[in-house]
Design a protein around this ligand. Structure first.
Ligand code: FDP
Length: 361
């Protein structure tokens, strides 16, 4: 490699370092945390690559257990993430999609820069045995409590307070995609040298709807606005949707990632009878909402901006419609119109906060 070519190579390590240097008061604590997530996901990714050989049958274990209990492979990823993060002095709170409550971790004394990390260790685990892409999602908040132990409320902050969010997709390549509120950047793992290399800087969702992604076998449970929305995109006359294709992997990270790069909408709407969706606000929806907004798109329940929702429970489920701004606004309009028609008009969507809080301590 020539000197010029080397100058072009930017690793996750060097990128984080560069971002850190922009903050004169930064002590590198936040950067260390991001780096640690990078290392942990390399370990998870190396196991995913050998999943077929390790006899860790995510799907089979899952099918033996109740629907929401994690499979063996999810357990492995969960343990790797916990081991990697629990000893960091800055991590005072940890929560995993696969565990009830918060994860017990060693008490940290006297650290000034304290963070809460929430993660979904193995999203889309049902896909593992078919070699389809899966992912790890993470979300980082500042701990607001003045004591060394965070309170439960520290874990229940609205998504707009996230200091950073991201995911790692274990697909044909392994990609680390994250935002600290300064755009969305993607790094591809070079397996030869074991480094994440900057491959997608400042990702912006294209203003076209290449893909519409939802589990259509749930269509019998959709509400009226969701039906109208899907009809507009799938059957409608609007030239904007002439080239739209239906694409659904059933692995949120993979469906989101594809739509982020190509343009499109992912929906997991509420079941009309229960009002509930499968996806979890804190572990799945809020981090992806921060990413999509940073990439120029939107994420909503239809009635509320995802990032404005203050969770009431760590494992809370919310409907999610996420992707291109124009289509999410259309979905919200259809919901509003329907609420007016049926006389159940809900409060209007609150304006977004001006910005994400600054990070880098
Ligand atoms: P999984 O259960 O395999 O972990 O929320 C978890 C999730 O996958 C998402 O990754 C995925 O988008 C969704 O569930 C798929 O749910 P359906 O099978 O109901 O479509």
């Amino acid at each position: 490699m020539s000197k010029g070519e080397w100058a072009e190579v930017r690793t996750l390590e060097s990128y984080i370092g560069k971002e850190q240097r922009l903050h004169s008061k930064s002590r590198g604590v936040f950067s260390d945390l991001l780096r640690r997530i990078g290392v942990a996901t390399k370990v998870v990714g190396s196991h995913v690559k050998r999943a077929g050989l390790l006899n860790r049958h995510g799907i089979q274990t899952r099918m033996k257990t109740v629907e929401e209990s994690p499979g063996e492979f999810s357990d492995l990823a969960n343990n790797i993430m916990k081991s990697a993060l629990q000893w960091l002095p800055s991590v005072v709170g940890l929560a995993s999609r696969d565990e009830d409550g918060v994860v017990p971790i060693p008490e940290k004394k006297g650290t000034t820069d304290q963070y809460i990390v929430l993660f979904d260790p193995m999203d889309g685990a049902w896909n593992i045995d078919t070699n389809a892409s899966v992912g790890t999602i993470f979300s980082i908040y500042r701990c607001l409590s003045a004591y060394d132990r965070p309170s439960y409320d520290d874990f229940l902050q609205p998504g707009y307070k996230q200091a950073a969010a991201g995911y790692v997709m274990y697909g044909s390549s392994t990609m680390f995609v994250f935002t600290t509120g300064q755009g969305v950047h993607g790094f591809t793992l070079d397996p030869e040298i074991g480094e994440y290399i900057l491959s997608h800087e400042n990702i912006l969702v294209p203003d076209e709807v290449k893909c519409i992604s939802t589990n259509t076998s749930n269509s019998g449970e959709w509400d009226e606005p969701t039906r109208r929305f899907m009809d507009t995109i799938v059957k409608g006359e609007d030239s904007r949707y002439k080239k739209t294709s239906s694409r659904y992997i059933g692995s949120l990270v993979a469906d989101f990632h594809r739509n982020l790069l190509y343009g499109g909408v992912f929906l997991y709407p509420a079941n009309v009878d229960t009002g509930e969706s499968k996806l979890k606000l804190t572990f799945e929806c809020a981090p992806l909402a921060m990413l999509i907004e940073q990439a120029g798109g939107l994420a909503s329940t239809g009635r509320e901006r995802i990032l404005d929702i203050r969770p009431v429970d760590l494992q809370q489920h919310v409907p999610l419609v996420i992707g291109n701004r124009t289509e999410i606004e259309l979905y919200e309009k259809l919901v509003r119109d329907h609420d007016v028609e049926t006389g159940t008009k809900k409060p209007s969507i609150p304006p977004p906060p001006s910005s994400f809080p600054p990070v880098h301590s």
